[in-house]
Design a protein around this ligand. Structure first.
Ligand SMILES: Nc1nc2c(ncn2[C@@H]2O[C@H](COP(=O)(O)OP(=O)(O)OP(=O)(O)O)[C@@H](O)[C@H]2O)c(=O)[nH]1
Ligand SMILES: [Zn+2]
Length: 207
């Protein structure tokens, strides 16, 4: 549970490709993969598969087409003096690991302690999905979500915990189902103050 420099040092790694391949190149690549897997891409059931897979991957990775920070541009100040933790708990998400391009399926808990303004609560989930719909490692996903909220809202604290299962561990490789990876990023009071950290973890159901 640690936060250091809030700047996202690896932003460049997830930048979209400057030159996109054309659809025919993508279809060829998927036909090659089908052949690599041992099947025949010209058989009837697989004829439209390259197109479908190309569309599916655009959808899985649509986060490359957005800047998640934009979701936090609109804030509200009239909250009746509310100055306690705001938590969105158990947000389901899907991503793909950058090592195997296999699904990462999990849930995130995102909390912040507002300073003088709050954000529409759905926007926290939008930020999560904006970063999740890319090729990721769970550590970077966790850090990017926390850093984005920290930088855009300048709150007194941010806490992000992600619990996820990696298909590259369950469906292949070590083939160990039922394993969950947990990552967290604590910033501001949640990092510096034990009581605040305990409180937020307890609200997340992790205390
Ligand atoms: N830290 C971290 N590791 C991940 C994540 N997603 C996948 N991995 C791991 O990335 C590692 C890649 O290891 P390599 O040895 O290069 O690849 P590999 O031979 O396919 O490894 P195995 O999965 O052990 O078969 C594996 O240990 C995966 O479990 C993630 O989000 N975070
Ligand atoms: Zn993987």
């Amino acid at each position: 549970m640690q936060a250091d420099n809030p700047a996202t040092a690896e932003g460049d790694l997830v930048a979209p490709q400057p030159k996109l391949p054309v659809p025919d190149e993508v279809a060829d690549a998927i036909r090659t993969l089908i052949r690599w897997a041992g099947d025949d891409p010209t058989r009837e059931g697989l004829l439209d598969t390259p197109k479908r897979v190309a569309r599916a991957w655009k959808e899985y990775c649509q986060g490359y087409g957005e800047d998640p920070a934009h979701h936090l541009a609109r804030t509200f100040e009239e909250v009746g003096g509310y100055d306690e933790i705001v938590l969105l708990r158990d947000i389901p998400f899907q991503s793909h690991c950058e090592h195997h391009m296999a699904p990462i399926i999990g849930k995130a808990h995102i909390a912040y302690l507002p300073r003088d303004h709050v954000v529409g609560i759905s926007k926290l989930a939008r930020v999560l999905h904006g970063f999740a719909r890319r090729l990721q490692v769970q550590e970077r996903l966790t850090a990017q979500v926390a850093d984005c909220i920290w930088e855009k809202l300048a709150p007194r604290g941010v806490a992000v915990v992600i619990e996820a299962s990696h298909a590259c561990m369950t469906a292949r490789g070590v083939r160990t189902p039922g394993v969950t990876m947990t990552t967290s990023r604590m910033m501001g009071v949640f990092r510096d103050d034990d009581r605040s950290r305990k409180e937020v973890l307890s609200l997340m159901g992790l205390g």
